[in-house]
Design a protein around this ligand. Structure first.
Ligand SMILES: Cc1ncc(COP(=O)(O)O)c(C=O)c1O
Length: 290
């Protein structure tokens, strides 16, 4: 049997490999302290669980969930964002429900890249960022994150030859695994860079609520870590990914969303329309309640 060449760069998957290692250790009767995956060991909020439990009894939730069925969720996401950052978001054209940000970040390259194009990714970075690029037939240009640069990429170091073939840059702050926070000034620099080089700017922001240091450089009304749209309020080049997995301990429920430039949201929606029918309505109700 011949399998596709695009699987070759995916032969190593850190989560699958660690999962097998954990299973082997457990089978051998070993006690584990599991640092392999940032999965919350706290329960989801009771009001979210209650909304999901009630939805289960409602047969309306049992059917397929097309885009229109995600309306209340998209409105809740837009309101949440507006409350937190004071920037308005159109729930119809600027929000898309996701089956987690892993799903969204992995599918986006299919909407943005042609085979052979480069994506500029953080090194170290989250596996779905590179995985999606490989599935789209793209090439990864790793941007090293070094302690001496406060774990921010040096944009001036990216060669012109790569930029000529690049379609997107992916940033993710607060950053997993370094915990670095990008100040708003860096996000502004990245937005200007992407505008200049005609790149899509992806910001994967699952840890936006996980900042507790009031001496942080990052401004923001309530959040200490900036959102990409504070640097790109007109949403000219950017798309930002959010998840219920971290702040609400709902990782197993698989629910997140993207906010962004309407063309990008529409493009990702087109890709997903071939692949999924959104998350179960009951779980969307739980996320709204959360
Ligand atoms: C940077 C980053 N992006 C995405 C994810 C996955 O989030 P989700 O559960 O929404 O797919 C994680 C989870 O650890 C992450 O660290």
């Amino acid at each position: 049997m011949q399998l596709s060449k695009r699987l070759e760069p995916l032969s190593f998957n850190v989560f699958a490999d660690m999962d097998m290692a954990k299973a082997r250790a457990k089978a051998a009767g070993k006690d584990l302290i599991d640092l392999s995956l940032g999965s919350s060991d706290l329960p989801a909020p009771p009001h979210a669980l209650e909304a999901i439990a009630q939805s289960l009894q409602d047969s309306y939730t049992h059917g397929y969930s097309l885009f229109s069925s995600t309306e209340a969720f998209r409105q809740a996401a837009a309101q949440w964002y507006n409350r937190k950052f004071g920037i308005s978001v159109d729930p119809e054209t600027e929000v898309l429900a996701l089956i987690g940000s892993q799903e969204g970040t992995a599918h986006l390259p299919l909407a943005v890249m042609n085979p052979g194009d480069f994506a500029l990714l953080q090194d170290p970075g989250y596996p779905s960022h590179s995985g999606g690029v490989y599935l789209a037939g793209g090439q990864v240009y790793p941007m090293p994150l070094l302690a001496e640069n406060k774990f921010l990429p040096v944009l001036a170091d990216i060669p012109e030859s790569v930029l000529a073939q690049a379609k997107m840059m992916v940033l993710s702050y607060p950053h997993n695994p370094t915990t670095a926070i990008a100040p708003l000034s860096f996000l502004e620099e990245a937005v200007a860079f992407c505008q200049k080089h005609n790149l899509v700017l992806v910001h994967d922001a699952p840890y936006l609520d996980f900042v507790f240091d009031s001496s942080s450089e990052a401004p923001g009304k309530q959040s200490l870590a900036p959102s990409i749209f504070q640097a790109d309020p007109e949403k000219t080049v950017s798309i930002e990914f959010f998840t219920m997995s971290k702040s609400y301990s709902m990782g197993g429920f698989r629910v997140g969303y993207a906010i962004g430039n309407p063309q990008l949201i529409q493009a990702l929606r087109q890709v997903k329309a071939c692949i999924d029918f959104n998350q179960y309505r009951g779980i969307l109700n739980g996320a709204i309640a959360a």
